[in-house]
Design a protein around this ligand. Structure first.
Ligand SMILES: [Zn+2]
Length: 111
């Protein structure tokens, strides 16, 4: 991949990182608000809380991926699969700039 391309992806990743951090902050606030109230398992808010927690966990994982990809970019390894060291499909990086595994390895990891 051209160096200019990588620089653009890094900017994208940084912007995405900011967005994720904002989302986490917003969710954490919402979550805290619900914890302060009296919520038990029978409460309809319980499911809502679980949903928020799952979202926060998901965003946390996304943040980790973004940080990983940014570290890779620093090492000049952006767009290279962490597992098989083959270049990741640019089309995949376009939809998922934080991807650090190619589709093949990702499928294996998830199994
Ligand atoms: Zn791979």
């Amino acid at each position: 991949m051209a160096r200019g391309g990588t620089k653009l992806q890094v900017e994208q990743l940084k912007a995405e990182r900011e967005r994720v951090l904002l989302d986490v902050g917003r969710l954490r606030e919402a979550y805290k608000f619900e914890v302060d109230g009296n919520v038990d398992e029978g409460d309809p808010n319980f499911a809502e809380r679980e949903k928020v927690m799952a979202l926060v966990r998901g965003l946390g994982r996304k943040l980790e991926s973004i940080d990983n990809a940014l570290r890779q970019a620093q090492d000049g390894m952006y767009g290279i699969c962490e597992c098989c060291r083959e270049p990741i499909d640019p089309a995949r990086l376009e939809v998922l700039p934080e991807a650090t595994l190619c589709v093949k390895c990702k499928t294996i990891v998830e199994q």
